[in-house]
Ligand binder design. Sequence first.
Ligand code: PEP
Ligand code: MG
Length: 326
Amino acid sequence: RQARYAALRDLPNVTKDGAAVDLLLNAGLLVDLPHITETGAAGIGLFRTELQFMVASTFPRISEQLRLYRAVLDAAGDRPVTFRTLDIGGDKVLPYMRTVEEENPALGWRAIRLGLDRPGLLRSQIRALLRAAAGRELRVMFPMVADVAEFDQARTILERELTHLRKHGHSLPEKVYAGAMVEVPSLLFQLDEILSRADFLSVGSNDLVQFLFAADRSNVRVADRFDPLSPAALRAFRMVAQAGARHGKPVTLCGELASRPLEAIALAAVGFRALSLSPAAVGPVKSVLLDLDLGAARALIEPLLADTTGTADIRARLKDFAETSG
Ligand code: PEP
Ligand code: MG
């Protein structure tokens, strides 16, 4: 099997009927970087910058952040890397950072909320990213955006840092793209607004599913209670993919969902043309995508999503489909 996946590595990621679906990696530490070439991934779709902070014993200095970001860009070469700004708080705690106990940390003071309230931290991280990407492209995305105003504020911080570096004679990235993660359901109802501002979107399926179904992703009693292949979740994913297409802006999905072959088929069928997944999943997912008749998958799923009887078993139908056609 491993050998078969290795043989697929250099093939283009194109379904049997000719649709390109990019496979990117979720990463966060230096040790993840060799996976880019090992898997033949198209780039890094989610670089979780908080991991460096989580394994440290004090706040990493700007110089340390800069060194990591530069190493990531060097390792990726021509392939794109999307850096997510710090997503701390919630289930991601820094032992050296004083925080208040929260009753519902997942709904609490975390990610971009913390970043905007403590702009010093976000600003220094953005400065490190801009400097690391001097002379190259930089893609930055903000986690847990719940309202477009938060994206505007984060972008303003980014613009200010660009101006600051320019004024001080630093060389700058060739191009800076700013995106938002879609992982809070409120953003599903502001897609046109966010897409007229952001350069790209990335669905954070772990959090989006958790919040859509109000089911704690870290609570084993409820985490798997609701199926991400159910009409409710797939309609939400489809909304994002369709809105991106309408605005001509790239939309990716990161989060563990894309790492499962059946789920990856469904995501491609509702319109995603880029998925970011864990390194070990690239081979298996690529293998099913190469064999996929995407038109047929779409023809299967669309009527199931239009079904209003509340009885559509998309997972079972997709499983049949995958077994009989692949
Ligand atoms: C997600 O929520 O799907 C995501 C990619 O972010 P994280 O898992 O790091 O919260
Ligand atoms: Mg998330």
